[in-house]
Design a protein around this ligand. Structure first.
Ligand SMILES: [Zn+2]
Ligand SMILES: [Zn+2]
Length: 209
């Protein structure tokens, strides 16, 4: 997923920031600290949309890096019939700027991996390789906003989340980077974000490495 300039706040295309689109009756998620979670990303995947929130009201205290924390939330909505949600008036609920995301396929060539580093990591290779892509417009690795699908990059097995409903293994859905600039980025403590889903239970999870 590559940064692709500013986007309308209520766009149904992939984006970070802006206003979440949700089904009628959706209640804005609240952190254990009492503040609203901040809306991070709108990621359409097939007939569904991943909607990612995390708390930025008290970074370092609210444990957004932990999949079991109330400081993050991932919703899996059916894409049909979503509408912009009313935004809480206090707390850090929105990012200052909405950013469009362009999804760009990158061929994975295991031969490019450094063999001394052990198993090649597809996401890491794609991210590093972005600077060499002929079609790139901005030319910096920081324009990589994450990936859809694939496998979780350098994540220890004991960090893989269990579904909060069925306790089964969750499917990896996306990586999310912090973002390009101070106005467009989420504070992930300098870490990479991971999004997981259980499609059967329509549950989602977020954590950072
Ligand atoms: Zn919080
Ligand atoms: Zn489940």
């Amino acid at each position: 997923m590559i940064y692709d300039g500013p986007a309308p706040a209520d766009s149904d295309a992939p984006r970070t920031g802006g206003v979440p689109l949700a089904p009628a009756g959706f209640v804005w998620p609240v952190c254990g600290c009492g503040g609203p979670l901040r809306f991070f990303a709108h990621l359409p995947v097939g007939d569904d949309v991943l909607s990612v929130f995390l708390c930025q009201n008290d970074p370092g205290v609210c444990e957004f890096w932990d999949a079991r924390s109330s400081a993050n939330r991932v919703h899996l909505f059916p894409r049909e019939g979503l509408r912009p949600v009313a935004v809480p008036e206090s707390g850090l609920a929105l990012l200052p700027v909405t950013s469009a995301i362009r999804v760009h396929g990158v061929a994975f060539d295991p031969d490019e991996a450094d063999e001394e580093e052990g198993e090649p990591d597809a996401y890491d290779i794609a991210r590093q390789g972005w600077r060499r892509e002929p079609g790139e417009r901005f030319g910096k690795q920081r324009e990589v906003l994450g990936s859809l699908g694939g496998s979780p990059s350098y994540l220890e097995d004991d960090r893989l989340p269990a579904c909060p409903s069925c306790a089964g293994a969750m499917e990896f859905a996306a990586h999310l980077e912090e973002g390009l600039t101070r106005e467009t980025a989420m504070n992930l403590g300098g870490q990479l974000g991971y999004v997981f889903v259980c499609r059967a239970c329509r549950e989602g999870a977020f954590l950072t490495d």
